[in-house]
Design a binder for this molecule. Structure first.
Ligand code: UDP
Length: 236
């Protein structure tokens, strides 16, 4: 399989078309951004780690019934995935208050939520990814009701699968962001990544942050935290 055209370059990944129909290649970078691109930096080795962690967790959720874009890891930084059109919605699932939810609702970080929270944000950097609800998604034609139902069902499934799995390695799944895509035949599948860039992972006992908040908040030990997650998940 060979890359043909670069289709997209995002903050953390590049996506290429290939000479095989319906297959893209994702290439993970070490670049990191936060606060809608205002803060920029590099996390050495992040691309390699996020590629591995994402593929490991995509395989796990796929095995438990959530269809994903994962096909095969090709190299340290590259993975073959099913070609999709990304639905421009960031799907956020929260178990414990942190980040923007803590600010919005005045809840101290670490407050256990009495019910899982599902949020949607419209993926548009120029608007700062505003929070929307299902009615907005239908109103601006970015998804149908049936698609929103499938997306919500899969998001809760991913939460249950990952929460249980991560508990075994002493990681608390605080919150995370998912993106879904549509294949040519209209099937909705999980796309993008599941990594310390897109999830809040806290140590169950010490509540130490093992994710991108170390970069966002200048806490130091960023690379070590990403390594720690890889090590707990895959023993590497
Ligand atoms: N998140 C993400 N990309 C975004 C916004 C959020 O991956 O553009 C993830 C983030 O890592 C966290 C969850 O979604 O795990 C909830 O983020 P929050 O809304 O609290 O925003 P933040 O505090 O990161 O600005």
């Amino acid at each position: 399989m060979n890359k043909t055209t670069q289709l997209y370059e995002g903050k953390a990944k590049k996506v290429y078309s290939t000479d095989i129909e319906g297959v893209y290649i994702v290439d993970y970078k070490d670049d990191a951004t936060a606060f809608n691109g205002e803060k920029k930096g590099t996390i050495l080795g992040k691309g390699i780690i996020n590629n591995k962690i994402t593929n490991h967790l995509m395989k796990l959720v796929e095995s438990k019934g959530v269809p994903t874009h994962f096909i095969k890891q090709l190299s340290d930084r590259e993975t073959a995935v099913k070609a999709v059109t990304i639905i421009p919605i960031e799907v956020i699932v929260r178990n414990i208050a942190a980040g923007s939810l803590s600010k919005r609702l005045g809840l101290p970080e670490g407050t256990k939520l009495a019910h899982t929270v599902l949020e949607f944000c419209y993926k548009d950097d120029s608007l700062g990814d505003p929070m929307i609800n299902e009615y907005h998604a239908l109103a601006i034609n970015i998804a149908t009701q049936e698609e929103m139902d499938v997306i919500s069902k899969y998001a809760f499934m991913v939460n249950d699968i990952l929460t249980e799995y991560l508990k075994e390695v002493n990681i608390e799944l605080v919150d995370f962001k998912l993106e879904f895509g549509k294949t040519l035949d209209g099937t909705i599948i999980l796309a993008d990544e599941i990594s310390p860039d897109t999830c809040r992972f806290w140590d169950c006992v010490t509540h130490e942050k093992l994710d991108k908040d170390r970069f966002r908040r200048d806490l130091g030990g960023v690379e070590d935290a990403y390594h720690e997650i890889l090590n707990r998940l895959m023993g590497e």
